[in-house]
Ligand binder design. Structure first.
Ligand code: SAM
Length: 275
């Protein structure tokens, strides 16, 4: 019979944030696959857990997954842990889950910390709907393109960022999304835990020197794409406004109706203007 694959959440700073169940399972499994074995050894030593460790990180994820699947098929129970938080969330884990499903291996989540969830719930921003996009690309164009996808998204946007790239990323967010309200959730669960809540410009003006780990929470757009388009059109001349709809293939009657609606004025006024 195949073994079981456990995905175990570990603390994101404070070692007390591990569950009883996580410790119990870590003590029971045959093997622990860890993103960084030295880092995980510290955690295991703290809880007096003595188990064989194998490395499982992004660059070796595919190859290692196959090796681990073969051990699981041999009946071994395996735990996947990352350096912090929940495996598979901006961390290795996704690959082995896919392989395990293909091989009919039972997959069991052991819940616990996720940095962005804790940042979000204390942010004061809407928690009803949100988009978590993890780390942005290091490539500037890809970074801007990704952020542009969320320009009109009314959901709260959540990003992970390394401290040495934080200021550059805040500048790009400012450039693409405008001066939104944001929350920087720093060093969650650790001694220097801090929530910085302000608009991006004010935060940039403070010239902070980022230290530690950050989650960036960005308020969703207050305008949808249609509203934005109408705002821009209303700033144009009536001729330009007319041309915009003409190029979209509308006839004169339709265009006048649309312009009147966009500008909240009588159709007749527009009609008079154009004769
Ligand atoms: N798997 C983790 C999780 O469940 O949240 C995320 C791992 S990802 C490689 C690391 C990023 O998560 C950091 O760069 C930071 O953005 C965020 N992060 C992790 N721990 C954090 C903490 N204690 N405070 C703030 N952000 C944290």
């Amino acid at each position: 019979m195949s073994g079981k694959l456990y995905l175990i959440a570990t603390p994101i700073g404070n070692l007390e944030d591990i569950t009883y169940r996580a410790i119990k399972i870590l003590k029971e499994v045959d093997l622990i696959a860890a993103e960084d074995t030295r880092h995980t050894l510290g955690l295991l030593n703290h809880f007096e857990i003595n188990k064989p460790l194998i490395s499982y990180y992004k660059q070796t994820e595919k190859k290692r997954s196959l090796e681990l699947i073969s051990k699981l098929l041999d009946g071994k129970n395996i735990a996947i842990v990352s350096d912090a938080g929940t495996p598979g969330i901006s961390d290795p884990g996704e690959e082995i889950v896919k392989c395990a499903i293909e091989n009919n291996i039972e997959i069991i989540p052991i819940p616990g910390c996720v940095a962005f969830v804790n940042a979000l719930i204390c942010s004061g921003m809407s928690t009803k709907e949100f988009s978590f996009i993890g780390f942005l690309s290091v490539n500037n164009k890809e970074k801007k393109d990704k952020l542009s996808e969320y320009k009109f998204d009314t959901k709260t946007l959540i990003i992970y960022e390394a401290p040495h790239k934080l200021i550059a990323t805040l500048n790009t967010i400012y450039e693409i999304l405008g001066n939104r309200r944001i929350v920087l959730a720093r060093e969650l669960t650790k001694i220097h835990e801090e929530f910085i809540r302000d608009n991006i410009k004010n935060i940039l003006d403070k010239n902070i020197e980022p230290k530690g780990e950050y989650v960036i929470i960005i308020e969703g757009s207050s305008q949808n794409e249609k509203e934005y388009e109408i705002k821009i059109l209303n700033e144009k001349t009536l001729e330009e406004h007319y041309k915009f709809y003409q190029e979209k293939g509308f006839n004169k009657k339709e265009i006048i109706k649309k312009i009147a609606k966009d500008r909240n004025i009588e159709k007749n006024e527009i009609y008079q203007y154009f004769i």
